[in-house]
Each structure stands twice: as structure tokens, then as C-alpha cells.
Ligand binder design. Structure first.
Ligand code: GDG
Length: 513
């Protein structure tokens, strides 16, 4: 086999560009863009949840929930002082922490922006979140061969809740101007409701997941209404051009509208919506600093003890929110094939699969949990020795320093999503590896694969392909690991979260000038 490492001449770190995006640069841009009108972010998930805690004087503790949108947007709001984030209140002590209008200053330890919580009834959550959003649009857009479920009852809740989010924004902005940045597939109709009430507001929406081709999208019974909602925004963003192209093709086949191909604009009933592709990323400097912190070092020791890692030559890691789009069974099956084809790894490697359960009310997520547990046990039983098993599953909650510790301990990080808008885990792994070690095995069907060709790219549906890449990763000479990792780090450092936010906000406010 040709050593793919040889195609890369030795890497020289480019000098930082003067125009490189940083928190400072975003803050100064935000100062200009939002001098006269505030930025309001609207999303389903909130960036901080509050929990009851008897040990604390105010009876409250807090944590950041898992998920890419929150990881991506919180640093942005922290950079844009005086911003507002409207989201669903979900924490057990959320009401206790908030004022009568649902407002609370966050981050709780260093407040710099306002979180306004929207309170939803369990029936609303069932129809809007578990129903249309996660049993309908999520499988529809990820095309993972799981039949999407759309019901009229859920749709009514989805409309109602989207209206409530729009009302929460209107309540806060009063009569003044504002820039409203809506997030994701839960809130497609918010731009429409905002425009009906306040056509003068500027609205953008970012679509964090893939957009399917028109043949898939046309199965959605509420497709035209969803598109009308989205086209009420002034700008809609996708991670990669391909998703935007699918969106434009879907609009063309579904609605009467004029399409300006040159400018990638849709003009409908006198209103123009621009389509842009701007890939999301991570706060490279902050992730790197966390990875270098003493807290992370302590967590590394903790994990070394907990999983007895010093016994192994190779530590492999899978870290995801537990979701059937992330290809978790596929990567475990690949470990099985690897051990069958290369029994020399027995006793020498461990695969850690870490991550919190999510969307547990939905049957497919419970089924995934059962499937992964059963599979891990079967594989462990097949290969175990008296004092070793290949797979360790952990569903304990993890926070930033522990995540970074796991990344730093992982010789190989496996991201095997069946389909993913971007995938921030891949970029976080890269940001954490200031030692330039480690190999990223990455699904071709993630947005991240477009930016990180130096990863070992896999088709996650091809278990032998994953197994071969795992073997290649475990055998990769150090100099080649370093070459690849340095290139990937250079990309993520440059295309960081501030670049994403800065580019989107500039497009939204200045219209691409
Ligand atoms: C959507 C799109 C797109 C993971 N497990 C735990 C945990 N995480 C953190 C990771 C990362 C985030 O959650 C996951 O982000 P991803 O991007 O990988 O995936 P999604 O949640 O599906 O995000 C995705 C993203 O939106 C942004 O646009 O990239 O394509 O699907 O930050 O580190 N965090 C904690 N516990 C865990 O168990 N605390």
C-alpha cells in the first residue's frame, strides 16, 4: 500500500495572518455592527442549565448541556457584549434562577449576556421537539434510512411553539431595531412570524444539520410551509455549499420563486433571501488552553486510573452525544473486525466510547442505547481475556476539562457519523492536540471532512474500510501523525468559531459587503 503520508511534503506552520479571527476581532466588529441595534440569538437549546444544589448558598448549580450549537454560539455571545439569547428553559432549577420574565445573566460565573428562557408545556415539547423536530426533520435531513414521522398534531405544536419563541423576541426588542439570528431546524417558522409582526427587523437563520436533496425533502407534508418560514429570513446559512445547493434546488422544485443563481438569492413576494455557506468551528485558543490546563492534567490521571490506561499501547476514543446519526455501532463493529484480522492487538488496545444520552424520550434513541450495549458486550465476550476487554462504554456526564483530557489521551479519535452537518468533535480533538500527536479517523459524510482532508477519511457504512483505517492509524509513524495534525491545527486555528460568527454576522448586517 502507498504510504499516504508521503504525499505531504514536510509541513511549515504558516505565519498568522493579520486578518485572523479572534475573540477580540469579533468583539470589535460586534461593537460596530450592534452599536445601534442589539443582537438576539434564538435557539431551542439553552447555553446554561440550572440545577438545585443544597451545598451552594443560593441553592443553585449550573452546567453547559452537550451539543454543537451551544459549544459554537456561547463564545460568540460572550464576545458580543450586551447580547440576548432566547431559548427553552429545561433545567430543574431554571425557574428559580430566572426573573419573572425568564431572564438570567450568563455565564453564571462571569455574566456577560442575558439568557431569556421560554417555558414550554410537556405537550408542546412532545409535539414540537420530540415530534416534528427530532422524529421528523432530524431523520429527514440526515437521510439515515430511518422513516421520518410527521403528524398534524405535532405540526400544530411546532407552529404554536415557534410563535412563542417569536413572541419572546418581540417582547424583548420592543419597538426598536434588532438583528435576530435564529438557529436550526427547530425554529423554521420564527423568521416568518417575526416578519409578519415587524418587517423592519433583520433576520438570519443558520441551519446546523445537512439539507437533503429535493426528492427526500418532498416527502415532508409541511415542506412548503417550512420553506416559506425560512424564506422570510434575509439570510440563511449552511456549513457547506452542497447543503445550500440542495436547499436552492428544493426551493426551485417546491415554490414559485425567482432564483438569482449568480448571487445565490431567492426572491419571493418582493422579499430576498441570500444563501451562504459558512462552516462552523470551535474556539481554538480556548480549547487549546483548556487542554493545557492543570485541571485537564488531573482529569487525565483520573481516566488513566479509572480505565487502567497505562496497560495499553493504544487508546482509541469515540465521543458523541448518543445519536443514531453518529455511527456508534459501526465503529464498534470495526473494532471487532480489526481484532479478528489483527489478533496481535488483543490486550494492547482499548476503545473508549464516551458521551451522554440525548433525546431519551424518543424510542429510536432508547433502541440505540440497547443496541450499543448489546453490541459492546458481544464484542467484548468474543475477544476478552482474563484481565482485558476491548470496549469500555461510559455514559457519565462529561464537562470541558474531562473532554479535553480524553482527547489528549486518545491516540486515535474516531468520528464515524453516517451524516453530519459539520461535527465539532473532530475539530475539538484537533484543537486539543497541542502536542501535535494523535490521528483523526473521520467520516467522509461530515462537513468537517471538507476542511480536514489530512484525517483518515472513511465511509462509515463500510465496516472493513473503518477497520483498515484504524489499523493504518495505529501504525502511522509519528512524523506523519505530526505532519497531518499540524496541517489540521492550522486550518482549525484559522477557520475558528470567531471566523464563522464574524462572517455570518457581517453577511447578515452588511449584506455581504
Ligand atoms: C449539531 C450538528 C454541527 C459530546 N458529547 C458530550 C458533549 N459533547 C459535545 C462535543 C461537541 C458537541 O457536544 C457535539 O457537537 P457536534 O458538532 O459533534 O454534534 P451535534 O450535537 O449533533 O451538533 C453538527 C453542530 O450542530 C454545530 O453546528 O457540527 O453537525 O449535528 O462540542 O464536545 N459535551 C458534554 N457531554 C457529552 O457527553 N458536556
Amino acid at each position: 500500500m502507498v504510504d499516504p503520508g508521503t504525499i505531504y511534503p514536510s509541513f511549515v506552520e504558516p505565519a498568522p495572518e493579520p486578518g485572523q479571527w479572534s475573540q477580540e476581532r469579533l468583539r470589535s466588529l460586534a461593537g460596530e455592527l450592534f452599536a445601534d441595534a442589539p443582537l438576539v440569538v434564538v435557539s431551542n437549546r439553552e447555553p446554561y442549565v440550572h440545577l438545585p444544589d443544597r451545598a451552594k448558598p443560593d441553592g443553585l448549580s449550573w452546567r453547559r448541556p452537550a451539543g454543537g450549537l451551544v459549544s459554537g454560539l456561547d463564545p460568540v455571545l460572550r464576545a458580543v457584549e450586551g447580547g440576548l439569547w432566547v431559548a427553552q428553559g429545561t433545567g430543574e432549577a431554571d425557574r428559580l434562577a430566572a426573573d419573572a420574565w425568564g431572564r438570567v445573566a450568563v455565564p453564571p460565573d462571569h455574566p456577560s449576556y442575558t439568557l431569556k428562557r421560554v417555558w414550554l408545556h410537556p405537550n408542546e415539547v412532545a409535539g414540537y421537539y420530540e415530534g416534528i423536530s427530532n422524529q421528523g426533520l432530524w431523520p429527514l435531513c440526515h437521510v439515515v434510512f430511518l422513516r421520518p414521522r410527521f403528524t398534524i398534531r405535532d405540526w400544530q405544536q411546532y407552529q404554536k411553539v415557534n410563535r412563542r419563541f417569536a413572541e419572546a423576541v418581540l417582547e424583548e426588542v420592543g419597538d426598536g431595531p434588532a438583528y435576530v439570528w435564529v438557529q436550526d431546524y427547530h425554529l423554521c417558522l420564527v423568521p416568518k412570524y417575526l416578519r409578519e409582526a415587524r418587517p423592519d427587523l433583520t433576520t438570519g437563520i443558520f441551519w446546523h444539520i445537512p439539507w437533503p436533496n429535493p426528492e427526500i425533502f418532498r416527502t415532508c407534508p409541511f415542506g412548503a410551509e417550512l420553506l416559506e418560514g425560512l424564506l422570510s429570513a434575509d439570510i440563511i446559512g449552511f456549513h457547506i455549499r452542497y447543503h445550500g445547493a440542495n436547499f436552492l434546488a428544493t426551493v426551485e422544485q417546491t415554490l414559485e420563486a425567482r432564483h438569482d443563481r449568480e448571487r445565490r438569492e431567492i426572491i419571493r413576494s418582493g422579499h430576498t433571501t441570500r444563501v451562504v455557506d459558512i462552516p462552523i468551528s470551535v474556539d481554538f485558543d480556548e480549547e487549546e488552553a483548556t487542554a493545557q490546563s492543570s485541571e485537564t492534567a488531573q482529569w487525565m490521571d483520573e481516566f488513566r486510573n479509572r480505565f487502567k490506561l497505562d496497560r495499553f499501547e493504544h487508546v482509541l476514543l469515540g465521543l458523541d452525544r448518543f445519536d443514531y446519526t453518529k455511527g456508534i455501532p459501526e465503529r464498534l463493529m470495526a473494532v471487532d473486525v480489526l481484532l479478528q484480522e489483527h489478533p496481535e492487538y488483543k490486550g494492547k488496545l482499548v476503545f473508549l466510547q464516551v458521551g451522554e444520552m440525548s433525546r431519551i424520550q424518543i424510542a429510536h434513541y432508547q433502541a440505540l442505547n440497547d443496541e450499543v450495549e448489546k453490541l459492546a458486550q458481544e464484542i467484548n465476550d468474543r475477544h476478552r481475556t482474563a484481565d482485558w476487554q476491548p470496549i469500555e462504554l461510559s455514559r457519565n456526564p462529561v464537562d470541558r476539562p474531562d473532554l479535553m483530557a480524553l482527547f489528549r489521551l486518545a491516540d486515535v479519535c474516531v468520528v464515524s457519523s453516517l451524516h453530519d452537518g459539520m461535527n465539532l468533535v473532530a475539530k475539538e480533538y484537533v484543537a486539543s492536540r497541542f502536542d501535535e500527536g494523535g490521528v483523526l479517523v473521520l467520516s467522509r459524510f461530515t462537513g468537517a471532512a471538507r476542511e480536514l482532508p489530512e484525517a483518515l477519511l472513511i465511509n462509515p457504512y463500510d465496516i472493513r474500510d473503518i477497520a483498515q483505517r484504524l489499523h493504518q492509524a495505529l501504525q502511522m509513524p509519528e512524523h506523519q501523525q505530526r505532519d497531518r495534525m499540524r496541517r489540521m491545527r492550522s486550518t482549525v486555528r484559522r477557520n475558528n468559531i470567531y471566523a464563522w460568527a464574524g462572517r455570518f454576522l457581517r453577511e447578515m448586517v452588511l449584506g455581504g459587503v
